[in-house]
Design a protein around this ligand. Structure first.
Ligand SMILES: *Cc1c(COP(=O)(O)O)cnc(C)c1O
Length: 359
């Protein structure tokens, strides 16, 4: 069976060597040696200003909202993974949905200002599929209205925008290191921020507020990464350039083989060095998509409908804004299989099946 993604497994001896080090140290969590080593290496690899490793990619979103959003209204996108919206509601804030751009599929920045009210405290938007939002426009709006910007950059490992690492934009950016993501620690994630004050604010919040064993620096939760997770990250990191290069091979092949007369691909924003994290295709109709999905499934190929249904339709939110572009596009988007080691032959077969089904 060919699935939409496949977790990269580093050579087991390399993982075991890190596990041996854990056994020697007898230290499993609380900012251990391997966690410090991974943080150091990632900071340098990504050219990040500040980063805090965490146990998944959702808690850092919640921690940033907890620090910034003050149970207010949060401007957000309906086209993302559910964690973007559920985090807002979990933190007792109100999601205010703004529609997406039909080509880039990120928030339509021209519609943000009209959604801002006196209760708005933050903007939480997703660089969906690793495609950057219009960061400059969002920056101007946020400064004008004194709002914090949190980027859900879960898909963005390795992406740069205008020559700068994408995580170095916004007050906070968050990446996921889940097993299905491009770089992974099994479960894991990281919070990135630009200044020392925000770094400390987020650091204490992710470890119960502990400032040493006896003092507390405000309220906190437990989002610490463990040494076992960091061991996985350290074993995967040496392969990350190969992983991205191999995914580029697959994407280039799809670009060449698919027939784009009845399909459309994602438009990547200018000045972006992309990471080939997903291969979404947009059909002319949902029925074309369903027909194609059925044919692929019959051939043991399992694409995924990332991201459907849209988040403004979740039963625990109340949306009154117009999100017609999202409603129109989300039912027509399918992500094709894309992972390190996906064979050329299989990419050819998948492309042929897609063409046959809508041809
Ligand atoms: C994967 C993902 C998350 C959540 O990350 P976890 O590490 O699974 O908690 C958040 N937002 C988006 C857009 C994602 O794709």
């Amino acid at each position: 069976m060919i699935t939409v993604t496949k977790t990269f497994f580093p050579p087991i001896e390399e993982y075991k060597a890190y596990v041996d080090a854990i056994w020697e140290n007898k230290w499993l969590t609380n900012n251990g040696d391997l966690t410090q080593e991974l943080a150091r290496k990632l900071k340098s690899h990504l050219d990040a200003n500040h980063l805090i490793l965490m146990t998944n990619g959702t808690l850092p979103i919640q921690i940033a909202l907890n620090a910034f959003a003050d149970e207010g209204e949060v401007i957000t996108t309906p086209f993302s993974y559910v964690a973007t919206t559920s985090s807002i509601v979990w933190e007792k804030c109100t999601p205010v949905f703004v529609d997406i751009h039909p080509d880039y599929l990120t928030i339509d920045e021209t519609q943000i200002e009209q959604a801002i009210t006196s209760r708005t405290t933050a903007i939480l938007v997703t660089h969906v599929y690793g495609n950057p939002c219009d960061i400059d426009a969002i920056d101007v709006i946020a400064k004008k209205h004194n709002l914090k910007v949190i980027y859900d950059a879960a898909h963005c490992f390795g992406v740069t925008y205008k020559g700068k690492p994408i995580f170095n934009y916004g007050d906070v950016s968050v990446c996921s290191f889940h097993a299905t993501k491009l770089f992974h620690t099994g479960e894991g994630g990281a919070l990135f921020c630009q200044d020392e004050a925000t770094y400390h604010q987020m650091l204490y919040r992710h470890k119960f507020g502990h400032d040493g064993p006896l003092r507390f620096h405000g309220i906190g939760i437990n989002a610490k990464i463990s040494e076992l997770q960091s061991a996985m990250g350290l074993s995967v990191l040496p392969y990350i350039d190969d992983i991205i290069a191999d995914r580029k091979r697959v994407c280039d092949l799809y670009d060449n083989l698919l027939d784009f007369k009845k399909l459309r691909r994602l438009k990547i924003r200018a000045h972006t060095e992309w990471n080939y994290s997903y291969y979404p295709i947009i059909f002319n109709s949902e029925s074309d998509l369903l027909k194609t999905e059925k044919l692929l499934n019959a051939n043991d190929i399992m694409p995924r409908r990332y991201f459907y249904p849209i988040l403004s339709s979740l039963d625990y939110v109340n949306n009154t804004n117009n999100v017609s572009v999202s409603e129109d596009i989300a039912p027509r988007i399918l992500c094709l299989p894309l992972y390190y080691g996906l064979e050329n032959e299989d990419v050819k077969r998948i492309s042929e099946l897609v063409s046959n089904s809508i041809g």
